[in-house]
Design a protein around this ligand. Structure first.
Ligand SMILES: [Zn+2]
Ligand SMILES: [Zn+2]
Length: 344
């Protein structure tokens, strides 16, 4: 995987208190560029890093991504919409909101966010995803946010693992282990196989069908069937991001975070002495998060959901990096852009 660091695009830099840590750059060339006409990229922003309560300078943990004009939000605690504005991003294009669970620090910001989206003249429906009980919880919160100018679609999670395709995002929710039902999420932007002119010619595929086949269509004409594999190769590595918070370090996280370019994972406690507390309250220590990232072979780890008593996450990082060198303490507004990896 090619990883380069580069300055972020000119996006509200003055509002962004955290440095951009990692950008995977890719320059599409030749046929690839002509076929796609643009570069696929996923903008990622860790909006806040606090657990339990927002603090001055530390919003509650939430993640926002942007892809192809569609934004996705995971968790929405008190103040999340302020964090979005501080980042300089807009609430209007949020098409999907995922909830890990229904503790207040992950959902109490929803009514205000929905009202702001309504005030920004949003008309398109918004899809909400969360554990069973979602519609009941949201309807309760909406007593103070009635009459929105857009509709809400609900997807209630009931199985250990569920996958959806929404606005180009391939979303997988997976159950983790907290003191209430809680899910982690993987977001993937898959990438199809490369188009090979030689392959198309070898298979005698008329040029007029190349474009349709390379976009996954099967063409049947004059007694012949042309399939996409006649012109394209094996699927290529896409983009993968995994977010999990409020959980013990269970196997489902390792499984679903496997080979993620970026894993954003809770680290409620930095001190080794807090291990017993982490186990009792169903959270993780920094070291446990690092171990998960190592086992998942993630590209990079950002820690988040700090206990309010944890004032300086960076002081624990030396030990954490011994377990997983590519670990970084999350900071409010920390962002990166993930792109398809360069090919050999
Ligand atoms: Zn929490
Ligand atoms: Zn919780």
């Amino acid at each position: 995987m090619m990883i380069h660091t580069a300055p972020e695009q000119n996006r509200a830099a003055k509002h962004d208190p955290a440095p951009v840590h990692r950008i995977r750059l890719q320059v599409l060339e030749g046929l690839d560029y002509i076929q796609k006409g643009f570069v696929y990229m996923l903008d990622v922003c860790l909006l806040g890093t606090s657990g339990m309560m927002p603090l001055p300078g530390r919003w509650l943990t939430a993640l926002m991504t942007r892809f192809e004009g569609s934004s996705l939000l995971i968790d929405c605690g008190e103040g999340t919409q302020v964090a979005i504005r501080e980042k300089g991003w807009s609430v209007n294009p949020i098409d999907t909101i995922c909830f890990t669970h229904y503790h207040g620090d992950h959902i109490s910001g929803l009514p205000g966010l929905l009202l702001s989206m309504g005030n920004s003249d949003r008309k398109e429906p918004v899809t909400l995803i969360g554990p069973k009980g979602l519609e009941r919880v949201v309807n309760s919160l909406r007593i103070i946010a009635p009459g929105l100018p857009f509709s809400l679609n609900y997807i209630e999670l009931t199985k250990p693992e569920e996958s959806f395709v929404l606005s180009g995002y391939h979303v997988t929710a997976f159950r983790v282990q907290h003191n209430v039902t809680c899910y982690g999420y993987s977001l993937e932007i898959p990438r199809g196989g490369k188009f090979f002119v030689e392959k198309a010619k070898e298979n005698n595929v008329p040029m007029m069908y190349w474009n349709r086949l390379q976009h996954g269509e099967t063409v049947e004409t004059e007694g012949r069937t042309y399939t996409p594999d006649m012109v394209i190769g094996e699927p290529r590595t896409g983009i993968k991001l995994t977010y999990c918070t409020d959980t013990r370090p269970v196997e489902s996280i390792v499984t679903h975070a496997k080979h993620s370019d970026l894993l954003i994972c809770e680290g409620m406690y930095g001190e080794k002495e807090d291990q017993a507390k982490a186990e009792e309250k169903k959270h993780m220590t920094f070291m446990e998060a690092a171990q998960v990232a190592k086992e998942a072979e993630a590209g990079e780890l950002w820690l988040t959901h700090y206990s309010p008593s944890l004032l300086r996450p960076s002081v624990y990082m030396k030990a954490v990096k011994k377990v997983f060198p590519n670990a970084f303490p999350g900071k409010d507004g920390k962002s990166c852009t993930l792109l398809y990896p360069e090919e050999e």
